[in-house]
Write a protein that binds this ligand. Structure first.
Ligand code: T3D
Length: 263
């Protein structure tokens, strides 16, 4: 029994902890398989409303395991296309396709695929001491795990290319200033700030949040304004038929805070 993915279960949320601290939580295929399974399990729990992804120790995730057991050779290199598609990219897909909001609590360095795992999340909080490194170029690879996509959308073409091609690290405050993450917070406050957002999602109307995820997925897939307006109308129809909407309006009229997710 391995504990490289820790799952902390709470009544309405889960924390998934990448747990190989001696290697800054570098990932390998079996670990990613367990991460994917943990995401699926949370998804299947109707009581679960939000997931936190974070790392144990001083790192968030140093990307693909590069240590013992990785033996690349020019003659017989590992099939990275298959590996990326089946594991790294499946994590990215699962998070994006999930009905659940994901919060990345980036507690330390995120490198390589670790950056993609953070940026695929809906809300990214980072400790001020954390760094983001497109480390791929340093080992002769190209950015994967959605990095070229996320960076181009979030920070623009010029910065995305420089980050990818030069492989320089940027700190959390720069990432916030560039719009790559939601917020950089004091290291000591990361836990409390994360918990505060978790509480907000637990209390938020879960169906509406799931609808927003579908809408933003459509935007990032390149929908036109007309297509997006049509989808917003459809999703508003779904939200408008929910018990949460009835409760929200009642609470407004009765001048009290709404209590969602009872329907
Ligand atoms: O298979 C596929 O599908 C291909 C997909 C690839 C996706 C990728 O993610 S490729 C990119 C892989 N990741 C990297 O290239 C990052 C490698 N790590 C680093 O560049 C640095 O460690 C960091 C910039 C992340 C942090 O630097 P620093 O100075 O804070 O820490 P450190 O001393 O380098 O690392 C601490 C320990 O973690 C160290 O072990 P030791 O010497 O104390 O026993 C180091 O070897 C280990 N470590 C860090 N990253 C990895 C790792 N061990 C294995 N794999 C790693 N990726």
């Amino acid at each position: 029994m391995t504990d490289d993915i820790l799952v902390e279960r709470h009544p309405h949320w889960r924390r998934l902890v990448l747990n190989r601290p001696a290697k800054l939580n570098a990932v390998d295929a079996p670990m990613l398989e367990r991460l994917i399974a943990a995401i699926g399990e949370a998804e299947a729990d109707p009581a679960c409303r939000v997931l936190v992804l974070t790392g144990a120790g001083r790192g968030f995730c140093a990307g693909q395991e590069l240590g013992a057991g990785v033996t690349p050779s020019e003659a017989g290199a590992p099939d990275l296309e298959a590996l990326a598609g089946r594991y790294h990219h499946e994590v990215v897909r699962r998070v994006r396709a999930s009905r659940l909001p994901f919060i990345a609590a980036v507690n330390g360095v995120a490198a390589g695929a670790g950056v993609g795992f953070a940026l695929t999340c809906d809300i990214v909080l980072a400790a001020r001491s954390a760094k983001f490194v497109q480390a791929f170029v340093r080992i002769g690879l190209i950015p994967d795990s959605g990095s070229t996509f996320f960076l181009s959308h979030l920070v623009g073409d010029a910065r995305a290319r420089a980050l990818a091609m030069l492989g320089d690290a940027i700190d959390a405050e720069t990432a916030e200033r560039w719009g790559m993450i939601w917020r950089a917070v004091d290291d000591a406050a990361l836990g409390a700030e994360t918990d505060a957002i978790v509480e907000r999602f637990v209390a938020a109307p879960a169906e509406a949040i799931a609808g927003m995820k579908r809408l933003f997925a459509s935007v990032v897939a390149g929908a036109s304004l007309e297509a997006q307006l049509a989808l917003e109308a459809r999703e508003q129809g779904v939200a408008g038929r929910s018990a949460d909407f009835a409760e929200g309006v009642r609470a407004f009229q009765e001048k009290r805070p709404p209590v969602f997710n009872r329907g």
